[in-house]
Design a protein around this ligand. Structure first.
Ligand code: ZN
Length: 269
């Protein structure tokens, strides 16, 4: 049984004391066969490549601009990113999207402009998308606006078998359905395991186990039972068990489905 963490931030300072040992020994021991590093601020791009070079075949890189950092995407960054995205170590463009919880630091117009630019780059480089969409309370406009941006600016030219993922899925079936209609997968993490999030579990059950991939989003969002501690990709089997139990399918089936989906998304062998 093998697992992939489809969304991790192992270059976060939280891992400064044990990063290489964790990746080289504890993650394989926990059943992980890959962990995808999300570099979503300009100063993280080269660091992600360095991590891939240190752990080839295990770490893959995804490069982009998190909506919160949209104001950091200036002419210098715009001159660099297209070349970095063409590098074979880059598996996807992300995390990109809209986040309506941080509008004071990243105004809506700036987020929208940068998202359009990222979608254009994804089209040009034929890379799949890793989408970050975060709503403000019960207002789901961030999802609607993201889906309409996809409709207008994204040609879905991904060279891999899956065009993208809606990472950290944290919405209703209504939003899940719109994502699935675009061919996107749903990224499932610790949020699925929290007691209050029954609506997420119901939406995922309706979407089906063949439409999901697993992620930690570490060092954040530790699953139920480990909340308050640092999250890392070795928690993927725990999240998987939780999902398998809820969907009433064998853990092995869920591991196979989600690992295959992650491989299809990122074009992994
Ligand atoms: Zn993330």
């Amino acid at each position: 049984m093998h697992f992939i963490d489809s969304h991790a931030h192992l270059n976060d300072p939280a891992f400064d004391n044990d990063r290489d040992e964790l990746i080289a020994s504890r993650l394989p021991q926990a059943g992980l066969c890959a962990s995808i590093e999300i570099a979503c601020a300009p100063d993280e791009w080269q660091q992600a490549f360095s991590l891939v070079d240190k752990h080839p075949g295990f770490i893959g890189a995804v490069l982009g601009i998190h909506p919160e950092y949209a104001p950091k995407y200036g002419p210098d960054e715009a001159a660099q990113l297209p070349t970095l995205l063409q590098d074979k170590r880059t598996l996807a463009v992300g995390e990109i999207g809209l986040d309506y919880t941080c509008l004071e630091i990243a105004p809506k117009e700036v987020q929208h402009r940068v998202l359009e630019q990222m979608l254009t780059l994804a089209n040009q480089t034929q890379k799949p998308l890793v989408l970050h969409v975060r709503r403000d309370a019960e207002d789901y406009a961030a999802y609607d606006d993201t889906f309409s941006a996809l409709t207008h600016s994204w040609n879905n030219t991904s060279a891999t078998a899956s065009p993208g993922v809606l990472h950290c899925f944290c919405a209703r079936y209504e939003e899940a359905k719109k994502a699935l209609d675009k061919g996107l997968l749903l990224g499932i993490n610790g949020c699925f395991t929290y007691k209050k999030n029954e609506y997420i579990r119901e939406a995922v059950k309706k979407a089906g186990a063949d439409k999901i991939i697993l992620e930690t989003d570490c060092p954040y969002l530790s699953p139920q039972g480990k909340r308050g501690t640092r999250n890392d990709p070795s928690n993927i089997p725990l999240i998987a068990q939780f999902v398998a139990d809820y969907l009433n399918i064998p853990l092995e089936t869920l591991a196979d489905l989600t690992t295959q989906n992650a491989k299809k998304l990122y074009g992994l062998p």
